[in-house]
Design a protein around this ligand. Sequence first.
Ligand code: FEO
Ligand code: CA
Ligand code: CA
Length: 686
Amino acid sequence: MSDLKNRLLPMLGHVSGKRSAVTCALKCGNACAQGVCNTSSNNYFRDVVSAEFSRRNMLGVSGAGVLALMFGGGAAANAGSATGLAPAAKVGQAGNGSKLKFTGIDGVANTVDDVVVPKGYNWKPVIRWGDPLFNDSAEFDPENQTPESQAGQFGYNNDYLDIIEIPGTNGKRAVLFANHEYTNENLMFPPTMDPSVVRRTAMAAHGLSVVELRRKGKGQPWEYVRGAKLNRRFLMDTEYELTGPAAGSKLLQTQADPTGRKVLGTQNNCAGGTTPWGTILSGEENFNQYFKVSNPSDEQRRYGLTNTNPSRGWHVEETRFDADLPEGKNEDNRFGWIVEVDPFDPTSTPRKHTALGRFKHEGANVTIAKSGHVVSYSGDDERFDYLYKFVSKGKYVEGDKKHNMTLLTEGDLFVASFTGNSPRNQIDGSGVLPSDGSFDGTGHWIQLTKDGKSLVPGMEIDQVLVYTRLAADKMGATKMDRPEDVEVNPHTGKVYMACTNNTKRTAAEVDEANPRANNKHGHIVEITETGDQASTEFTWNLLLVAGDPAVDESVYFAGYPADKVQPLSCPDNVAFDSAGNLWISTDGQPGTIQRNDALYRVTLEGPERGKVEQFMAVPIDGETCGPVIHDEDGMVYVAVQHPGEDGSWDKQRSLFPDYLPAGTPSGKGGLPRPSVIQMYKGKNGH
Ligand code: FEO
Ligand code: CA
Ligand code: CA
């Protein structure tokens, strides 16, 4: 089938300026090649929300008793319980307190097809695309994959990752969650494979996986357990329950589901978060690229539904993905949500939470305010889109999982407005610091919903939640440079947002929170909520302005000497270790600083604040997703996504992770397999 490549990559040739054209086409549906979705007239620089709205927001939240709360109450992201704040390194205290000792590696050239780890560390896959999960699953057979075999195997392109130890097993058992963002049919299947089999097998390689792990003890590598009782695949025919104020809305009703409450499947899951009650949140991101639509509405355009002929062709297999047909009406509105999954209950129904709004969710991370309300932060990953926050109506109850699993179904949704404190003429688009020495300022959370009602003029509650981008446009949110992962530091309560890049921002469009024109390297925003995690006011500053300090004077790593930091570009996922250091993984370095994507530790507190150390690099064309840092037992995990992306079935560029001899045919295993890997102390190598 010689037209396979063209069919899958109709826009190949476009390059966004940072990563492979293939990744642009397959991962995001060429989002960067499309026009900017956000054509709203929000002011780029000033906070334009009226004093009236501002006052109402304040009253709204204080009415819920939240403003009276004091700062604090972070929950360790992976600890499974709400904990107090542990001490971080203090100002004046040397070092970063991390239990993970390593000597940082150098940047790795973007031609290297290898996992590079520090001296004294080893790495090994935990699970690979195609590994069978169940006793009756077919073995991975790249030459002859089918929808049925893939449905019983680990999916493709793992992104969000967590590994949660099972209590009472002394660190010997765990449950792994990974989502599967998208597929690269050019690498995965022989060109001779039947097109319908390709489409349906690729569909089964999307979704989510839960897999049990076992090992000999702490600090030892894991292996996955085939046939374990918690193992589960979530496929495109898995039923999800819509919750919250928009569930049942006519905007969510379809021919197949007149209730508007039951959705089959999840699409393009990217980052995520693990809740303090032990469930997983996963973000539906570039869902627009799976729908055929010829005459998009204004609302559909705002969500990027402009691709009239989706390259994966799912609409050929299932007419609900054809928005031009009656069967497809409203189906696109049923994707773009935060999904919650209970990995410890294999019979549970996964849910999509409408109260958190619908957009291109990178992920969502929950913390607990001192009051007990839970707060979820979520970025909308598109150029010039927004940062959101959800505050639950109910309160967290330690140990009551059933109750806590209701917390994301009711609450108030906010969107962020950032205001700089330096004169406009000092924010010139070059990225050079203003005279006060910092890109910083104040901000507030604009309230979109309150007690299940809309606060957006002219929009009902279901419209605000289904068309959240349009609601936020109306309320004057600040246009950011692609908000990716947003996480709370469990030690300090500060919030860290990765803005990965935005090469479309012009000098006329810069503001102090997005100060560089043609921002190809991205930046990290550090947010301090005023008083409490549920507050409506905050202060902010840019922690990192990324890039290569050797060639770019705008690079800023919290004031750490530029000649002592390593280049870092396109921050994407963030995580914290047990000492409160920030870990950053990247997506796009091969195209910007000619290095493979990588994982870095950044010291946040003390005299070495801003020190960046590279822990590892992923193989050629790959992305460093889902970092999990268990420094307490010396383990680091990443989900290696799209290794060898620019290859083809007949000419692979990566043999990760098995590295069979060069020349091994793809059908015999000579192909890249996106995999979760673990890194730990041991003899160097694999
Ligand atoms: Fe799937 Fe925003 O990266
Ligand atoms: Ca400033
Ligand atoms: Ca991402």
